[in-house]
Design a protein around this ligand. Structure first.
Ligand SMILES: Nc1ncnc2c1ncn2[C@@H]1O[C@H](COP(=O)(O)OP(=O)(O)OP(=O)(O)O)[C@@H](O)[C@H]1O
Ligand SMILES: [Mg+2]
Length: 365
């Protein structure tokens, strides 16, 4: 998408595109080198109404998974060519959208536990009954379905928020901005009509200066809300302006290592990275009691590595507090829209670090 097209983006249309990115079909990929087990499971799943496909080795499984989306993968850990763990790692690298169920011999429970550490959802030991296998796969399928509903809701929130900001930005600019301009002109006219005493003139001049400042602030807020502005000035410039204001308002010291004049070829990057930073910084101001923030952005291994750390009080990620707001959900969703992910490391008393890793071929300046 060209930069100048961003102004015309209909966010609702975009939302539809996102919803379509992974149509949910109940497909299962079965990876096992034993033809009897493979065919038995395949027939079982097909009879149950799933679309099952089989492969006999890990390399074929990875090839298929790199081209097609399977919500559920059922795999043996011991394959003739590569380890089943490598399939798990491949899925995690791709963003972990498939759920993996491991089939293992009772004697290899340790490797099943290792598989869980590599992101497997569940495991089942041989010999197993068809009911148990179907029950586990149905549960796995349900998890993917619920995750995809949650993600589509999160996308809606992100796009609805952006659309709402655009509307508010327009209203602030058109309604409040114009009212202030009229007040400014009226004050100017009034100044010539009123008695020219020092007292009156000083009040009028004070009021005019105040209106002028308010106009500047209104213009800044309206620009910052409008996603087109971020794209127009470019990510690093928009961010620097934001950081300056943030630091002045909050008194929190911000040091940033950002490439100069950075803006992205795909304007979605400018907008989403900017909003993620805004949310992370708003969280710091609201929740952390931090005195320092460090921000860094670099390009490495075809990825944008972006990190925001504070020295505040941190929080317990596993506590219910985490579920209260929409900010962290929105941050994750924006990163997902860009094909990447966000990780948040925080411990009570030890500050918080928000890290993003987003695939991006090439830097533009
Ligand atoms: N930098 C931080 N330092 C300390 N606590 C944090 C930090 N960032 C997030 N939190 C904690 O994580 C919770 C969830 O953050 P999130 O942004 O999702 O919600 P919120 O800020 O409470 O509400 P919202 O963003 O919807 O206005 C916060 O309520 C807070 O307890
Ligand atoms: Mg928040």
């Amino acid at each position: 998408m060209a930069k100048n097209e961003i102004k015309n983006i209909d966010y609702m249309e975009k939302e539809e595109l996102i919803k379509q990115r992974e149509p949910f079909i109940e497909r299962v990929l079965i990876v096992d080198d034993d033809p009897m087990i493979r065919d038995y499971i395949k027939d079982l799943f097909n009879e149950f109404g799933y679309k099952a496909r089989t492969v006999s080795n890990g390399t074929d499984a990875i090839n298929i998974l790199s081209k097609e989306y399977y919500p559920v993968v059922v795999t043996d850990l011991f394959l003739p060519d590569i380890k089943g763990i490598q399939i798990l790692d491949f899925i995690q690298e791709k963003g972990g959208h498939s759920v993996v169920l491991i089939i293992t011999a009772y004697s290899s429970a340790d490797s099943a536990i290792e598989a869980l550490r590599h992101g497997a959802y569940d495991y089942i030991t041989k010999p197993f009954s068809s009911q148990i296998l179907l029950h586990r796969v149905t549960r796995a399928m349900e998890k993917v379905r619920m995750d995809s509903i949650a993600q589509s809701l999160a996308s809606r929130i992100v796009y609805a928020t952006e659309e709402e900001r655009r509307r508010i930005s327009r209203d602030i600019h058109d309604v409040i901005g114009q009212s202030l301009a009229i007040i400014k002109l009226t004050l100017k006219a009034l100044k010539n009509k009123l008695p020219q005493t020092d007292d009156i003139m000083s009040e009028i001049n004070g009021l005019s200066a105040h209106v002028e400042e308010t106009m500047e602030e209104v213009s800044r807020i309206s620009k910052e809300l409008n996603p087109s502005w971020v794209v127009d000035v470019g990510f690093s410039k928009a961010l620097r302006l934001y950081l300056e204001t943030f630091s002045t308002k909050t008194g929190i010291q911000v040091s940033s290592a950002l490439p100069d004049n950075l803006s992205f070829k795909d304007p979605q990057f400018d907008i989403h990275l900017y909003r993620i930073t805004q949310e992370a910084l708003t969280n710091i101001a609201k929740h952390s009691d931090a005195t320092k923030i460090e921000i860094s952005l670099e390009f490495r291994d075809s990825h944008v590595h972006f990190s925001i750390s504070d020295n505040g009080k941190g929080f317990d990620e596993s506590s219910d507090d985490r579920k209260r707001g929409l900010g962290l959900i929105g941050m994750r969703e924006r990163a997902t829209i860009l094909g990447g992910r966000v990780s948040i490391k925080s411990f009570p008393g030890q500050g918080t670090t928000v890290k993003m890793e987003i695939p991006y071929g090439k830097q533009d300046s």
